[in-house]
Write a protein that binds this ligand. Structure first.
Ligand SMILES: [Zn+2]
Length: 186
C-alpha cells in the first residue's frame, strides 16, 4: 500500500465530478422519520420494562405501520431474535411476501451486522436508526466488536472460528437450483 500525500486535498476535491447528481432532500431523514424512530425507541424502552433487551423496531410502508419488533433473545432462547429481525419477519408475514421493497425499517439502535444483512436480504428501501453501535457497546452489547471483527481477516478471529472444507460435489445444490425451471428467485 502506498500513501499519497495530498496536503491541499486536491485528490479529494477532484474525486467527485462536479456534475455528480446530488441526492434528493427527500431521501434524508425527515420529521416523519423522527416520529417513527420515537416509536421504535418507545418499543425498546417498553421491552426493557417487560424484562427484554433494549431494542425496538418498526417497518413502515407509505407512512403506514406494517409491523413492529422487540428483542426476544432471552424470552425465546433465540440469539437471532433481534428487534429488526423480529420486525422484518412480522412485516413479511403481514405483507405476504419475502421482499420488503418500498418499505423502511426504523430501529432504536444501529443494526448489528446480522440485522443489516437481514435488511439487505429483505430488500428494504431504507434503514433509519437512532442510537449507534457505540451506545450499544456502552450498554453491554457486541455490535461494535462484531463490526470490527468482520473488518479483520477471519484467521485472526479470537472467537467462532470459521473454516472452509471444500468437499467434492459441494456445488451440487446450486446446479440443482439452476436446473430447477420453476425456482422462485430471491
Ligand atoms: Zn441485530
Amino acid at each position: 500500500m502506498s500513501i499519497v500525500v495530498d496536503p491541499v486535498g486536491t485528490a479529494r476535491r477532484t474525486a467527485v465530478p462536479a456534475d455528480r447528481p446530488v441526492p434528493p432532500r427527500a431521501d434524508l431523514p425527515s420529521d416523519a422519520d423522527a416520529r417513527w424512530l420515537r416509536r421504535a425507541v418507545d418499543l425498546a424502552a417498553a421491552n426493557v420494562a417487560q424484562g427484554g433487551g433494549p431494542f425496538g423496531a418498526v417497518v413502515v410502508a407509505d407512512g403506514v405501520e406494517v409491523a413492529v419488533g422487540q428483542n426476544r433473545v432471552t424470552r425465546d432462547l433465540d440469539p437471532t431474535a433481534h428487534a429488526e429481525v423480529q420486525a422484518i419477519r412480522a412485516a413479511c408475514r403481514a405483507a405476504g411476501t419475502f421482499a420488503l421493497d418500498g418499505m423502511t425499517l426504523y430501529t432504536s439502535c444501529e443494526p448489528c451486522p446480522m440485522c443489516l444483512a437481514a435488511s439487505l436480504w429483505a430488500r428494504l428501501d431504507r434503514v433509519v436508526f437512532a442510537a449507534d453501535r457505540h451506545d450499544a457497546s456502552r450498554g453491554g452489547f457486541d455490535d461494535s466488536a462484531f463490526y470490527e471483527l468482520l473488518a479483520r481477516d477471519r484467521s485472526t478471529w479470537d472467537r467462532t472460528r470459521v473454516q472452509e472444507l471444500r468437499l467434492p460435489g459441494c456445488t451440487r445444490p446450486f446446479e440443482a437450483w439452476l436446473a430447477q425451471a420453476a425456482r422462485t428467485a430471491y
